[in-house]
Design a protein around this ligand. Structure first.
Ligand code: F6R
Length: 608
């Protein structure tokens, strides 16, 4: 879960690296460092502060043709200068930046120590630098290939050697790495966001690839040194979408982008006038779809909550039973997976290790896996049988916002598509659902217009030590997601419950000090949720209700009401989620939290 970046070219290597690395800060920000390969002199400079500190401490006079950078999310050893990357060998000629985990580093380290190598950090990565040193006889690539053949685990590596200062070496296995091809310059990074403003031409390295990059070009081979050719592709992203654009935080900007991102998810897929839906990118025939007997959704965190909403939708609209499983649990569950199962794997980053492990396992068993992701060319897209892109544009804030609502939108479209292919829905019902989906961006805009009211509401509770979120049925995943959001960015203890479960235990924790956020929009379970609200209020606790615009009776119950436009049971959770995103954002703001970079978190969880 770190970010790595490499640069070789005619530009100012120091500036290019710092600039590109700052675009990867969302992947980890415990510490950062650069290595600049100058002839006969490797300059390595590190900090335990934010990446911006590098601008102060790396002299602008340093000339280097190639260099590497790293922003760290600590796994092995605390954030410190010694543990920050890049790591070096004993001679200080070689420098390595690594994203991933070396599982056999202990045994390698012991062997290297016996051979006389001196280690200065607690990291797993340092063994790589010493191993390269061990095998280096004047040809860096040969030494790297010898090294990587001995490594177990996941690794995206960037390496420079002062003996070959015009070369940048890259290696990929089970961690993301993409090459950017510019005019007279090349980038390699964990994510194309790092260099998207310089070039849109990209080359995705595959697992088991090593590359040597110079100003003159790229050479890619496998771990045995056999040349391979990888296609050059074009990024679809708009670079203007990557900046903070006048908002105080990326998270706020991304919350506001939702009318557009939701619309973009639907473009070219649904046609409200004709009442049609097209997901031909799935490459599934009607016969194949008819053969599915069950669906398993696999995801982690916020994507898991989107998956829960997908379950309700698929089960309502088709005859398929759906289970939703957490990636890290699914991969170790022993169950028989039959070929009439459809797996839907959801990951905004497309790099979540646990979700990807599930995908690989299922594909190997011949099961069709649909990936839902936001990142073009990400690992999940290469492993899954087919992919539906969310087209939400880059999401930089660590807390998922627009990607969550786009995941839900894509899942609803998928549910409709499966239903249509299985003759589960009449053309009239399909058209009505499509019209309903099409109305969502406009309704989200109406929610956003209440921002200052939601801000005020957040101020009232900003000092609360804990929160509860409750909802029933399709509002239950919304409660879970609202709870996760406030935990991760406002650092408030919070729990989300199915409202009906309250009286089976959690109600014992209800006091006047614990605000309860109840998602009580109109739905078949509305009356039951109202009963739950009454139970809570009977215990003098404060209830903030998220309710439908036309619901006047709820105002008699609690003064703390946030209204969302009237909407159907499927689309109303999207609107309520936007309210909860703003509530979390402003709570975090009042509590002085670093909103875009919450402590201990990273946007892309590429380790188990
Ligand atoms: C929460 C959040 C995380 C991610 C989770 C899965 O705001 O962002 O809970 O949802 O780490 O990430 P992806 O969707 O990239 O697989």
């Amino acid at each position: 879960m770190c970010g790595i970046v490499g640069y070789v070219g005619n530009g100012n290597t120091r500036d290019m690296l710092i600039d590109s690395l700052s675009m990867l800060e969302y992947r980890g920000y415990d510490s950062a460092g650069l290595a600049l390969a100058c002839p006969d002199d490797m300059k390595v400079i590190k900090t335990t502060e934010m990446i911006s500190k590098l601008k102060e401490i790396v002299p602008s006079s340093i000339y280097a043709c190639a260099g590497i950078g790293h922003t760290r999310w600590a796994t092995h050893g605390k954030p410190s200068d010694a543990n920050a990357h890049p790591h070096q060998d004993c001679t200080h000629r070689i420098a390595v930046a690594h994203n991933g985990i070396i599982e056999n580093y202990q045994e390698l380290k012991e062997r290297l120590i016996q051979n006389g190598h001196l280690f200065v950090s607690e990291t797993d990565t340092e063994v790589i630098a010493h191993l390269i040193e061990e095998y280096y006889k004047g040809d860096t690539l040969t030494a790297i290939l010898e090294t990587v053949r001995q490594l177990a685990g996941s690794f995206a590596l960037l390496i420079v050697n002062e003996d070959e200062p015009d070369k940048l070496f890259a290696v990929k296995k089970d961690s993301p790495l993409v090459l950017g091809i510019g005019e007279g310059q090349y980038f390699v990074a964990s994510d194309a966001t790092a260099f998207a403003k310089y070039t849109k031409k990209v080359l995705y390295l595959k697992d088991g690839d090593a590359a040597v990059i110079t100003k003159a070009g790229v050479y890619v081979c496998d771990f045995n040194g056999i040349r391979v050719v990888r296609p050059i592709q074009t990024l679809e992203w708009n670079t203007e979408e990557s900046g903070v654009c006048g908002y105080a935080h990326y998270m706020l900007k991304e919350i506001h982008e939702q009318p557009k991102s939701l619309n973009d998810a639907m473009i070219a897929r649904i046609d409200a006038l004709k009442g049609t839906i097209d997901l031909s990118e799935l490459n599934l025939t009607t016969d194949q779809i008819a053969r599915f007997r069950r669906v398993i959704v696999v995801a982690c965190g916020t994507s898991y909550h989107a998956g829960l909403l997908g379950k309700y939708a698929i089960e309502r609209l088709t005859d398929l039973p759906v289970s939703v499983e957490i990636g890290s649990e699914f991969r170790y569950a022993s169950r028989l997976l039959t070929q009439d199962t459809l797996i839907i794997a959801i990951s905004q980053s497309g790099e979540t290790a646990d979700t990807i492990a599930a995908v690989k396992d299922a594909v190997q068993k011949g099961i069709h896996v649909i990936a839902i992701t936001n990142v073009f060319g990400s690992t999940i897209t290469r492993e899954a049988s087919s992919t539906i892109y969310m087209h939400a544009g880059p999401e930089i804030g660590v807390a998922a916002t627009k990607t969550f609502t786009s995941q839900v939108m894509v899942l609803y479209m998928l549910a409709l598509y499966l239903s249509k292919q299985r003759d589960g829905l009449s053309p009239q019902d399909l058209k009505q659902m499509i019209v309903s989906l099409k109305s969502v961006p406009q309704k989200v805009q109406q929610v956003l217009e209440q921002e200052s009211y939601i801000n005020e509401m957040s101020r009232l509770f900003a000092s609360s030590g804990s929160f509860f979120f409750i909802g029933r049925n399709m509002n239950y995943p919304v409660a879970l997601e609202g709870s996760l959001k406030i935990k991760e960015i406002a650092y408030v203890f919070s729990e989300g419950f199915a409202a009906g479960e309250l009286k089976h235990g959690p109600i014992a924790l209800i006091t006047t000090q614990v605000p309860v956020v109840a998602i009580a929009t109109r739905s078949p379970t509305y009356d039951k949720t109202i009963s739950n609200i009454k139970e809570i209020m009977a215990r003098d606790a404060m209830v903030v209700a998220i309710a439908s615009e036309s619901d006047n009776s709820i105002d008699q119950l609690t003064k703390l009401v946030i209204k969302v436009p009237d909407a159907c049971e499927f689309t109303s959770p999207i609107l309520s989620s936007v309210v909860l995103q703003l509530l979390s954002y402003y709570t975090a703001l009042y509590r002085g939290c670093p909103i875009d970079k919450p402590r201990n978190l990273a946007k892309s969880v590429t380790v188990e």
